[in-house]
Structures are given as structure tokens and as C-alpha cells.
Ligand binder design. Sequence first.
Ligand SMILES: Cc1cc2nc3c(=O)[nH]c(=O)nc-3n(C[C@H](O)[C@H](O)[C@H](O)COP(=O)(O)OP(=O)(O)OC[C@H]3O[C@@H](n4cnc5c(N)ncnc54)[C@H](O)[C@@H]3O)c2cc1C
Length: 226
Amino acid sequence: MPKADEYKNLPVELTEVVITGNEEISPGVHLIAWTRKHDFIPGQVVKITLDQEVPPRIYSICSGNSEDEIRVLFNVKDEGVLTPRLAGVIPGMKIWASNPYGSFKDGKKPAWWIATGTGIAPFYSMFRSGVFENKTLIHGVRSLNQFYFEDELEWALGDHYIRCCSHGQACNVFPGRVTKYLEEINHIPTDINYYLCGKALMVVEVRDLLISKGVPYENILAEIYF
Ligand SMILES: Cc1cc2nc3c(=O)[nH]c(=O)nc-3n(C[C@H](O)[C@H](O)[C@H](O)COP(=O)(O)OP(=O)(O)OC[C@H]3O[C@@H](n4cnc5c(N)ncnc54)[C@H](O)[C@@H]3O)c2cc1C
């Protein structure tokens, strides 16, 4: 498992970038954008803040690596320091951002991508960068309006895009959390890689479940949002 603390403590330089877009794609969930100046590997993160006095927070890049913009997807934490203010940025405003960094990346081998909530971001970046052959994406959310980018993902991934919803029901959506889905399916391949992204509790529960089904520890890679 990657050491998330390494990310948090990494002394990265911040430079000013100009916001080019801010879209609320679901209630309390925003996609903000600025012009891309650097190459990045899909799965990498940036640190951002609005004010050099406020310690920057980390966000997975949520756009393709040949697109003109860098985008990040975040949900507003009402009591949070940064996200309530970040939700109010408008095009033309300046924020501080680091260059992309981080080691959460996938290659060509078959893999399952398992995300909850905004944890879909690194996988969507991989998808938008053309990395999706041999991949199965499992996305867990609380309500049906949180399947970000679902039309695009469903069209491209078909049966390899699995939606799990804990508090809403619809056809083609598994009723329950990702852990329930993984418990109920007949076959969990043990010779592929598993990439997990989301909150610590989900990552730990899914990791333990996969290990109990015979997946080697070293086949499980995680990006933990804390
Ligand atoms: C590698 C990595 C990648 C990440 N990528 C993403 C991403 O793509 N999208 C995303 O949405 N998030 C991501 N995160 C999480 C993100 O970095 C922030 O933690 C998140 O957006 C909250 O920031 P904030 O400043 O609004 O909240 P914070 O001020 O950091 O507060 C977070 C929570 O703690 C509570 N809190 C704050 N202060 C106190 C206190 N004194 N006492 C008790 N509770 C308190 C708040 O109520 C809030 O719910 C990532 C984190 C990591 C480590």
C-alpha cells in the first residue's frame, strides 16, 4: 500500500494558476479547472490552496493527460477549511497549485478499479488518458446522482462499469455498498491488480475482503483520501 503520509508531507512548490471553470456536477460536488502547464501520469495528484497561509489540500487529477485543462473533483465539507471557499471560485480567479506528483498509476495489465465517491477521479483521469482496456471499474456511492461521468463510462466500459448505490435503487445499479457487491459475486480473480481509491475505511474493508478471497497483498494498491 502506498504511504499516504509521504504525499501529505511532501514539500511541493505552489504556483499561481488561473481558474477556467467551476461546475457543480452534483449537489455539493464541484469540478474546477485551470490550464495545464505540465505533463502528468494519470493517477497523480496536485496540492491546491486559495491562500498561501492555509496549508494546501491534495486532490487527484480528474482529467486526461492530453487535455488542455487540469481538472479536480471535490465535495464540499461544510466544516472544512478549503472546500467551502474552493466551491466559490469563478473563471479568472487565481488559486495556488503544485505540479502533479504521486505514484498511483496503472499500466496495461488487467485490473479492477474500485472507487467510492470522488475517489473515481484518478480512474476517470486514466480513462480519459486512454488507459481502460482490460479494466473493470466499480464505483460505490450513496445516492444515484453521485455516479459522476456515468454516461461516458457506461458507453465506453459497458459491462465493465459497475455501479453500487447504498441509498438508491435503479436498474443496472447494484443495491448496496461495494463491499457487499464484492462479497456476493461468484468470482474474484486472484491474478490481477486491484486499485482502490476513497476513504480509509472503504480501502481497509475492501483490502481485507480481497485478501480473504485469495488476492495477494502485493496486488492491491491504494490511494487513501483523508
Ligand atoms: C492523496 C489524496 C488525494 C485526495 N484527493 C481528493 C479528491 O480528488 N477529491 C476530494 O474531494 N478530496 C480529496 N482528498 C481529500 C482532500 O485533500 C481534503 O482533505 C478534503 O477536500 C477536505 O478539505 P477541507 O479543507 O475542506 O476540509 P478540512 O478543513 O481538511 O476538514 C476535513 C474534515 O475534518 C473536519 N474538521 C476540520 N477541522 C476539525 C477540527 N478542528 N475538529 C474536528 N473536525 C474537524 C471537517 O468537518 C471536515 O469534515 C484527497 C486526499 C489525499 C490524501
